[in-house]
Design a protein around this ligand. Structure first.
Ligand code: FAD
Length: 278
């Protein structure tokens, strides 16, 4: 299962550019395109616009749905919309409230397992539900054991598959999968892979979401300063090796965080010889 993730652009120029990038990525035939959703409904209309366009092109689409700060009625309305559009996949998340939008009070959901239960109870098997997994553990989890228990709640609530937070240490992924199997969690866990193209942005994201950039990678990236070509060349080699290691180690696919850029993903796709779904 090889898939890609997009985020909904903020402007019409961004949307025009994204359509072009989607066409290029679609040429290699990813299984589906997922589209992120801002918690509290902060990107609701923009997510719809991106999803509508993808569906209009006949492309398999998996909208993300972050439940924190939303009511059951709001979530039901969104799910009905997607079901009626022929969407059969969903990435079900808690999300993080954007700063300035409150702490998620006023919503009917506290954690992603509650969203998964809600989707299953109201929509049965209408959607293949994927949830988030954290090989380096979620930054708010009390302990790895507690995080694993919480992950298991989502699986028991009815998740069909999981996509991981990005990481650059393959052992973290293999160790996490092993812990899951020991805990009786046997759904497919797809590694989420973030190409390295911009060190400043990557360092900021990684601090926020608790994903570790290994020291040797950080030091090398830092040493290139503003030399974008060297950052990209080194970043490509690191991620290419990581993907090879994961595939050889039995990972059931890869989900690429594209950051709406086709080039880095297309290069990886080609050099890894990934299959097309067309
Ligand atoms: P949960 O599974 O609810 O876990 C959140 C935390 O609470 C964890 O520490 C967990 O251990 C703990 N926990 C879980 N359940 C319980 C429980 N029942 N009792 C006590 N503690 C519990 N964010 C967005 O806003 N929009 C997106 O589109 C988006 N897409 C993502 C896609 C992927 C593949 C990934 C990996 C992340 C994505 N995120 C997105 C980020 C995600 O929303 C954040 O990481 C968020 O902090 C946690 O969401 P979750 O669904 O993993 O939450």
């Amino acid at each position: 299962m090889y898939s890609v993730e997009l985020f909904p652009p903020k402007t019409s120029e961004g949307m025009a550019k994204l359509k072009h990038e989607i066409e290029r990525i679609n040429a290699v035939g990813p299984q589906y395109f997922s589209v992120t959703y801002g918690a509290g409904g902060s990107t609701r209309e923009r997510t719809f616009e991106t999803v509508d366009w993808l569906r209009g092109q006949g492309i398999d689409t998996a909208p993300h749905l972050a439940c924190i700060g939303s009511t059951r009625d709001e979530v039901r309305e969104i799910l009905e919309r997607y079901r009626d559009q022929g969407i059969r996949r969903l990435v079900a998340l808690r999300g993080d409230m954007p700063s300035g939008m409150g702490g998620g009070h006023g919503g009917d959901f506290r954690y992603a397992n509650e969203l998964v239960s809600f989707v299953r109870s109201e929509f049965g098997d209408a959607f293949f539900i994927e949830v988030a997994a954290y090989p380096e553990y979620h930054p708010q989890s009390g302990s790895p054991a507690r995080d694993l228990e919480n992950f298991k709640r989502k699986v028991e609530a009815g998740a069909d598959g999981a996509i991981t937070q990005y990481f650059y240490n393959a052992d973290a992924y293999f160790g996490f999968v092993e812990s899951c199997r020991e805990a009786g969690i046997d759904l497919p866990i797809i590694p989420g892979i973030m190409p390295i193209t911009n060190y400043t942005q990557l360092a900021r994201f990684s601090d926020a979401c608790g994903a570790e950039i290994p020291r040797w990678v950080r030091r090398r990236l830092e040493s290139y300063g503003d030399d974008v070509d060297s950052i990209r060349a080194f970043g490509h080699e690191v991620v290419l090796k990581l993907c090879r290691h994961l595939i050889e180690g039995g990972a059931p696919g890869i989900h690429f965080y594209t950051m709406n850029q086709s080039k880095p993903v297309l290069r990886l796709w080609e050099e890894l010889g990934l299959p097309t779904s067309h």
